[in-house]
Design a binder for this molecule. Structure first.
Ligand code: ADP
Ligand code: ADP
Length: 219
């Protein structure tokens, strides 16, 4: 099973990815998590992308394409994978296609911008696992502490309101064209074209999950 989750920052991709990956026994490939790990490790890649990420801009396509192509070669991707945060631009989507990486499903999680601002200001993450919490909507059992490891949760530097607004405008300019791109691909209905689904992400976490189960049931 090869799945792409599309949706604005804060739409709930990471939250739902955890469940989908468990369900299908596939790895979650979160390009944001991979880049943050590189920043944390202070690797050459991390040094290169740190300021770009903090500003809310996108990392150059060539870098992202190389990173994902390499990751997909790992043994754990043989049964499939879920891409969370990639592709984010038309050249990234085209690169997947050119590399012969076909997909089963592309799922857009739709959430209005006003809701996003509220979600991201309360987002807290456990950096090592990528587990995501929200202060009000999905609180940790003990405030500020990861449920599974007991380690502290952090607030991402790019989740401040001004940066979030910038990330939303980047999303609308650079990533929303992917919706038409994948709709067109799905409409071809060839063996290689993915199915496209759009889900209302403004519902509760459980309702979104149920909607996902519903659409993926048909695959
Ligand atoms: P969110 O899902 O909250 O938008 P991510 O964790 O996916 O955030 O991404 C955080 C940042 O990492 C982005 O704002 C961008 O700078 C960088 N990034 C992640 N994935 C990509 C990508 N596919 N292309 C370019 N930049 C990316
Ligand atoms: P993305 O990966 O798309 O950037 P996340 O999964 O990190 O989004 O979710 C962003 C924030 O919103 C997190 O704090 C998360 O706990 C919260 N969240 C996710 N889904 C929902 C939902 N359906 N309702 C309310 N809050 C949600």
């Amino acid at each position: 099973m090869r799945i792409i989750l599309l949706g604005s920052p804060g739409a709930g991709k990471g939250t739902q990815a955890k469940f989908l990956c468990e369900h299908y026994g596939i790895p979650q490939i979160s390009t944001g998590d991979m880049l943050r790990a590189a920043v944390q490790a202070n690797s050459p890649l991390g040094q290169h992308v740190q300021a770009i990420m903090a500003s809310g801009a996108l990392v150059p396509d060539e870098l992202m394409i190389d990173l994902v192509k390499q990751r997909i070669l790992d043994a754990d991707c043989q049964k499939g994978f879920l891409l969370d945060g990639f592709p984010r631009t038309l050249p990234q989507a085209q690169a997947l296609k050119d590399a012969g990486i076909d997909l089963d499903a592309v799922i857009e999680i739709q959430v209005a911008d006003e809701v996003i601002i509220q979600r991201l200001s309360g987002r807290r993450v456990h950096p090592a696992s990528g587990r995501v919490y929200h202060q009000d909507f999905h609180p940790a059992k003990i405030s500020g502490i990861d449920d599974e490891t007991g380690e502290p949760l952090i607030q991402r530097v790019d989740d401040q309101a001004d940066t979030v607004r910038h990330r939303l405008s980047v999303y609308h300019q650079q990533t929303t064209p992917l919706i038409a791109y994948y709709l067109d691909l799905a409409a071809l209905q060839t063996e290689k074209s993915p199915q496209f689904f759009s889900i209302d992400g403004s519902q509760t976490v459980d309702q979104v999950r149920a909607a996902l189960i519903d659409v993926l049931g048909v695959l």
